[in-house]
Design a protein around this ligand. Structure first.
Ligand code: AFP
Length: 344
C-alpha cells in the first residue's frame, strides 16, 4: 500500500504534504496501528525544530564554544550537544511511545522516569553529530535509530539496545544546514522533508530517495593516510588514478560531519568511508548512533554499507558505544571498496 501512496505523492504537488500528514496516511495503511509510531515521529520532529532554531541562533545566543566537560568518548562536549541531548530526552520521555533511550553523550541507557508510561520502542540517538563544526558554521545533524523492545514485561535494559541494525524499525537524521531537513525510513523507502521556518512545518520535498548506483566522489579523512592499512591506501589511490572509461579519478569531498557527508552521498551518490586505522582499530564512528541508522537508510535507498568485512546491518553490538569501520554509499562504489580493502 505504501509505495502506491508514494507514487501518488510524487505525481502530486509536494507542497502541502507535511510530515504529520505523511505519517497519518502511513498509519492508516496499517489496519490496527495504534498511532504510537506516528507520535514518536511527531516528537522527534518537534525536537528537530527546537534544535534547528537554537542552532541557527547559536552565535547570537552565546552557545558556541566548549563547556569544558568531556563525553563518554573522551571528546570535548560543547554546549549545543548538551542542549540537543536534553531536548531529545525531554521531547520523548513523557509520551508513552519509548521504553528506553540511549545517547552518544550518555554512558548508560537512559530510563524513562517511572511517572511516565513506557512504550514499545527503544530510541537511540547522536544528538548533535559533527559538533566540532558548530563554531565554523558548517552543517551538523541529529541521527536517530528506533528498535522494538525485546523484553516485554521486564524492565527494559542494555539488551534492548544491543540489537543488530537489521532489526531497526526506523532510522533517520535531521540535518541543520542551508535548510533543515528531516530524512527517514521506516522500511518503505527513504523520504526527505524540508522545514519551512516561516510555517514551522516539515514539508515533503524528497519522496522516495534513490541513491545512484555509482557516484563520482569519495569522502574520507585523508589526513589519516599514514595510519591506514596498505589496502585502504591502495583503494583511495585507485579512486584517484585517471581511467576515463571507468569514470576515474573521483573527486574528493569531505565535510567531517557524517550527516552532511552522508546526505550528499545519498542524493548524489559516491562513497563515504571512515576506515579502521593503526590508532583506531575499529574506526571512529559509533555503530548504534551513526553507522547502523545510516546503513538502513542506504539500504532503503538502493545503496550499501559495510565494515569492510561484513554488512553493517549484520553486526551484533556487544557494547553501547561500540565503534565500527564504515564504507557507505552507492552500491557499486561500496562493492569496489570492499573488494579492495577486505582482509578475509
Ligand atoms: P564530532 O561530532 O566530534 O565533530 O565528530 C563527528 C564524527 O563523529 C562524524 O560526524 C564525522 O564523520 C567524523 O566524526 C569526522 O571525524 P574526523 O574529524 O576524524 O575526520
Amino acid at each position: 500500500m505504501w509505495p502506491t501512496m508514494v507514487d501518488e505523492v510524487s505525481k502530486a504537488e509536494h507542497y502541502g504534504w507535511t510530515l504529520e500528514r505523511f505519517l497519518l496516511e502511513r498509519q492508516r495503511s496499517f489496519p490496527g496501528a495504534t498511532g504510537e509510531f506516528t507520535q514518536l515521529f511527531q516528537q522527534l520532529a518537534l525536537a528537530g525544530k527546537i534544535i534547528s532554531s537554537r542552532v541557527s541562533q547559536a552565535g547570537l545566543a552565546g552557545l558556541l564554544g566548549h563547556t569544558g566537560a568531556t563525553n563518554v568518548q573522551g571528546e570535548t562536549v560543547q554546549k549545543l550537544d548538551i542542549f540537543a541531548n536534553n531536548t531529545l530526552i525531554r521531547c520523548l520521555e513523557s509520551g508513552g511511545q519509548v521504553c528506553l533511550m540511549a545517547s552518544e553523550e550518555v554512558d548508560d541507557p537512559i530510563p524513562i522516569p517511572t511517572r511516565y508510561p513506557r512504550g514499545r520502542y527503544v530510541l537511540m540517538f547522536d544528538p548533535l553529530d559533527g559538533s566540532t563544526n558548530i563554531d565554523v558554521n558548517i552543517s551538523i545533524g541529529t541521527i536517530f535509530s528506533v528498535h522494538k523492545r525485546l523484553s516485554p514485561g521486564d524492565d527494559p535494559g542494555l539488551r534492548d539496545c544491543l540489537q543488530s541494525g537489521s532489526r531497526q524499525v526506523a532510522a533517520g537524521y535531521i540535518i541543520y544546514g542551508s535548510s533543515c531537513m528531516f530524512v527517514f525510513t521506516s522500511g518503505d523507502g527513504v523520504h526527505g522533508f524540508t522545514l519551512d521556518p516561516s510555517v514551522g512545518e516539515f514539508f515533503l520535498s524528497h519522496p522516495d530517495i534513490k541513491m545512484p548506483e555509482r557516484g563520482k566522489t569519495y569522502s574520507v579523512n585523508e589526513g589519516n593516510e599514514t595510519v591506514w592499512d596498505a589496502r585502504v591506501r591502495d583503494w583511495v589511490g585507485w579512486l584517484k588514478t585517471p581511467d576515463k572509461q571507468h569514470g576515474r579519478p573521483y573527486s574528493g569531498r569531505y565535510i567531517g560531519t557524517l550527516v552532511a557527508d552522508f546526505h550528499r552521498t545519498l542524493l548524489k551518490g559516491g562513497i563515504f568511508a571512515y576506515p579502521a586505522d593503526a590508532k583506531n582499530k575499529n574506526g571512529k564512528l559509533r555503530l548504534l548512533y551513526e553507522a547502523a541508522p545510516m546503513a538502513l537508510l542506504a539500504a532503503q535507498a538502493g545503496g550499501l554499507a559495510s565494515t569492510g568485512e561484513q554488512a553493517v546491518l549484520d553486526v551484533v553490538p556487544t557494547e553501547l558505544h561500540q565503534r565500527v569501520p564504515l564504507y557507505i554509499g552507492s552500491k557499486l562504489d561500496v562493492q569496489d571498496a570492499v573488494e579492495r580493502v577486505r582482509k578475509s
